[in-house]
Design a protein around this ligand. Sequence first.
Ligand code: C2O
Ligand code: CU
Length: 531
Amino acid sequence: MGATLLGRQTSFAGVNHPGQQLRLPLDWDGSPLVLNETNLEIWPGQTTSGLAINGLLPGPTIRLSKGDVFTAQIQNQLDSEEAVLHWHGLLSPAEYDGHPNQKVAPGESYNVAVPIVQDPSMCWYHAHTHDLTGSQVYRGLAGLFLIEDRERDEALGLPTGIHDIPLVVRDWKSNASYELNYAPSMFEHMWGYLGDTALVNGTPDAWLPVDQGVWRFRVLNGCNARVLRLGFSDSRSFRVIGSDGGLFSSLESVQSLDLGPGQRVEILVSFDGLSVGTSTILRSLAFPIAAPGGGPAGPRQGDPLDLITFHVDTSGGSTAIPSTLPALELTDPDKSIRTRTFALSRASGEHTINGLTYQMSRIDYQVTSGNVEIWEFVNQTQDYHPMHSHAAFFHVISRNGNPTTQPFDQGWHDTVLVYPGETVQVAISFGPRPGLFLMHCHNLEHERQMMQNFEVVTPETPELEIQRAGDEVVVSWPSPSEDWQLQISSDLRTWETINSEPSIAGDLFEWREASTTSRRFYRLSRIPTSI
Ligand code: C2O
Ligand code: CU
């Protein structure tokens, strides 16, 4: 039973401590990303079968810079499951984004070529196979995707090298056989599949030897459903310097912050003041929640969880902290042309957005690239919903109608944590990458239902409005727009043109058909000019 090397050790000299020294996922070398089911030694002396990428759990860390093109082959060598990888946080062309309709069967492979057009940021990648995302991510199909600029970081005076450490946090439901069993109960389908033990970079009982200087940690909440309230056992404060989309313009001090599944945060921590031989623990602090009230015994949202122990083994270290970070030019909410409201509910045991569960065959809305929109998430449940959009970064402008004051709401995000009963508004704008993308809850037990397809269209294309009323689909678009014709597809590959005249309703063209359960996609295409 070949125990697989799961990563290099941190190079910082230290003494031995109980638990495991933090592993660092190996860097990707450009070879195909191979997904397979394999035996791993996550816990010393124990064999765990997991879903690995190039033999690693988490998968290899992809490191690229703005201006590079990420080209890779993805090989699905899983025993029997279809799979597709999504590059979470990457501004990818639609055809490589990892939409669930791009999944491939076991034994098949596909290629991606994604130009890196964004500023340095901590992204990640994970399986996005419809109905299997929660299961495949829990069993291991995830890894880090860092867009870096080390020269910039050095010029800013940020810690680099061994003082810049990624922490991929996930929880695990402990069991005597050390397996990554994914078997949510009814209750867990509702609230999420939570573990009682943390793995950091795939390391159980992780510790890291540190000096007394300032460290940069980049933390990814890779849990299926657990909200992390990050804080230290000695209540030390730390600076929050960045989020999903990269650095903030400030370095506010906090004692704790909430990180929802899918979110990333960059922090600066100084171990100044801790004497050699002492330690502090980064943990998820306990927090009270109104729900769930009943349900079976087991790990709950808000339960405390130790993540990693920092042992101060060495004296000294640089205590320099940059005084400022570069200013950001965020999307201006005053330029918004519309507000879209997404009501997040639960009805008859289903997680819905605006009353609907996800349908692969339905495009829920269209957005025009270049426009600024306000997206409003209205949480009508007692649960947390980390809401995520593919293909854009947004900024959080208000919570419950008040301009947000949470330090972590600054800057660019692709995922925002919407608290029970809360309404959150974000300002969002899409770049020039047309095509089909997803917006969904990143609680991976909610994701399969609490998700919508949207299509980014170019500014010249009239925006389609697709409404479902009873058993009818009403497709409308602004009139006059004589140059455009409606087309329908069941697979997004072949398109059939509707030749019947649309009816006119006010200043809209309108076309109706009975809704079917089979896949129906709609688009406008320019009428070819006859010569
Ligand atoms: Cu990280 Cu659509 O997800
Ligand atoms: Cu949710």
